[in-house]
Design a protein around this ligand. Structure first.
Ligand SMILES: [Zn+2]
Length: 111
């Protein structure tokens, strides 16, 4: 008889430091997290090595965990602070860190 999965993998990565960071974020949300593969990496501490690290959570908390990870990934990849200015020339939306319109090159509000 096959037992139902106690935990499911929600994320795979190669960086155990990042894995621990995400684990902390998930635990803040009350999600039980296990990391697999971490011990293997520890044995090679100090040696950069591509490894398979997995974040495991109970199946019932999978969706919640995925949305937390999604938010983390989005924050990591987007230095954009969410503010935008609208170009007077073409009406295009530009991120606040753009000094000129990416579309038509017209200087933005900062200029
Ligand atoms: Zn423009």
């Amino acid at each position: 008889m096959v037992e139902p999965a106690r935990v499911v993998c929600v994320h795979r990565m190669t960086n155990p430091i990042e894995a621990n960071l995400i684990k902390g974020l998930l635990e803040q949300q009350g999600i039980q997290v296990e990391i697999s593969g971490e011990g293997l990496v520890g044995a090679y501490a100090g040696v950069p090595r591509v490894c398979d690290v997995r974040l495991l959570v109970p199946p019932g908390q999978r969706q919640q965990a995925l949305s937390v990870i999604e938010g983390y990934e989005a924050a990591k990849g987007e230095p954009d602070d969410g503010r935008h200015w609208v170009c007077a020339g073409c009406g295009e939306q530009n991120a606040s860190n753009f000094e000129i319109c990416w579309n038509c090159g017209l200087p933005g509000e900062a200029a």
